[in-house]
Design a protein around this ligand. Structure first.
Ligand SMILES: Cc1ncc(C[n+]2csc(CCOP(=O)(O)OP(=O)(O)O)c2C)c(N)n1
Ligand SMILES: [Mg+2]
Length: 305
């Protein structure tokens, strides 16, 4: 009898051989982007705990594989995120120093130090900031796709955001007008601390399909995410629901407990199996040192002012 893999599983929707088919340089680049985001957040966690940050922080750690994979496909797109935007910003090439300064509250931050972690806005990478109401950016992202048909739009949001009424209207509008937008749900199964089964009886991918949008429901394996993003990029609008797990609290520097799975470790294991472990190790050390040094220098700036 065939076994069914639970949607809350690190193997949900896996396609055998998908990592093997990916060019080595792309696999390493996805991992480099994951490291950039992961080590940024680890230092942000420490800086927040030490009381150095003006902003409340919403950490992406644990979920970074999703944006790392999508960023290798949807280059040059407009990017919209909600409060958990560190990984989309950093993987799409955002300036790490400007984000550190933003969290510290310096005028050199990407929002002049006034927006903080949940409102990352940076025209340099075409990223539009979130204003605070969950999913409010989704209709705006759809509007951007309507206004700029020559570009593509990537809109990231959480599994809680899809329950807002304006989310549905935006999805339907994008379908009707065949807009070039990729909707990406970072489905960590939590809205603050409430699991999905306590909040709704339906699946968002079914809603997307019901209005004629192609949708997949998969785990956060970056090779799998990239595979689907590449396929769907030619058929926008499209929807990717990515089952993922956050490492830290909803907001602030703390831990609820161990995440259901550790994608970062699983990716390293896979890179080893692909014979890329040595190069990946070097990249990881390089990114870790680079980001740690940057944080150190920015925090020194703070103590000097
Ligand atoms: C319209 C609205 N309702 C409630 C809130 C309070 N709130 C802030 S974050 C959040 C949870 C969002 O969950 P999800 O979209 O899954 O994102 P995640 O934090 O899991 O990344 C809620 C309910 C809000 N900001 N806006
Ligand atoms: Mg969530």
């Amino acid at each position: 009898m065939a076994t069914t893999i639970s949607p809350r599983s690190p193997d949900h929707g896996m396609i055998p051989g998908v990592a093997e088919q990916c060019p080595a340089d792309v696999s390493l680049e996805m991992f480099r982007r994951m490291c950039r985001s992961r080590y940024f957040d680890e230092q942000a966690f420490l800086a927040s705990k030490a009381g150095h940050l003006k902003s409340l922080i919403y950490l992406s750690a644990g979920q970074e594989s999703v944006a790392a994979a999508i960023s290798t496909v949807m280059k040059g797109s407009w990017i919209f995120t909600q409060h958990r935007g560190h990984a989309p910003y950093l993987t799409f090439g955002g300036n790490a120093t400007k984000l550190m300064d933003e969290l510290i509250g310096l005028p050199s931050g990407c929002c002049g130090g006034m927006g903080g972690s949940p409102c990352i806005h940076d025209p340099d990478i075409r990223m539009i900031g979130h204003e605070g109401l969950i999913a409010e950016h989704v209709p705006i992202a759809v509007g951007a796709a309507l206004a700029d048909p020559g570009s593509t739009v990537v809109c990231f949001f959480g599994d809680g955001a899809v329950e807002e009424d304006y989310f549905f209207g935006a999805l339907g509008f994008a379908a009707t007008h065949k807009l070039k937008i990729l909707f990406v749900c970072e489905d960590n199964d939590l809205s603050v601390l409430t699991p999905t089964t306590d909040r709704r009886s339906w699946q968002i991918q079914d809603v997307a399909r019901s209005v004629g949008i192609r949708a997949v429901d998969i785990t956060d394996d970056p090779w799998l995410v990239r595979h689907h993003a590449k396929e769907l990029a030619g058929e926008l609008p499209a929807f990717i629901n990515c089952r993922t797990c956050r490492c830290y609290w909803h907001v602030g520097a703390g831990k609820d407990g161990p995440p259901e799975w550790d994608r970062f470790a699983l990716v390293k294991q896979k890179l080893d199996e692909l014979g890329l472990g040595g190069e990946a190790g070097k990249l990881e050390t390089q990114m870790k040192e680079e980001i740690e040094l940057l944080w150190k220098s920015r925090l020194q700036t703070l103590s000097a002012t």
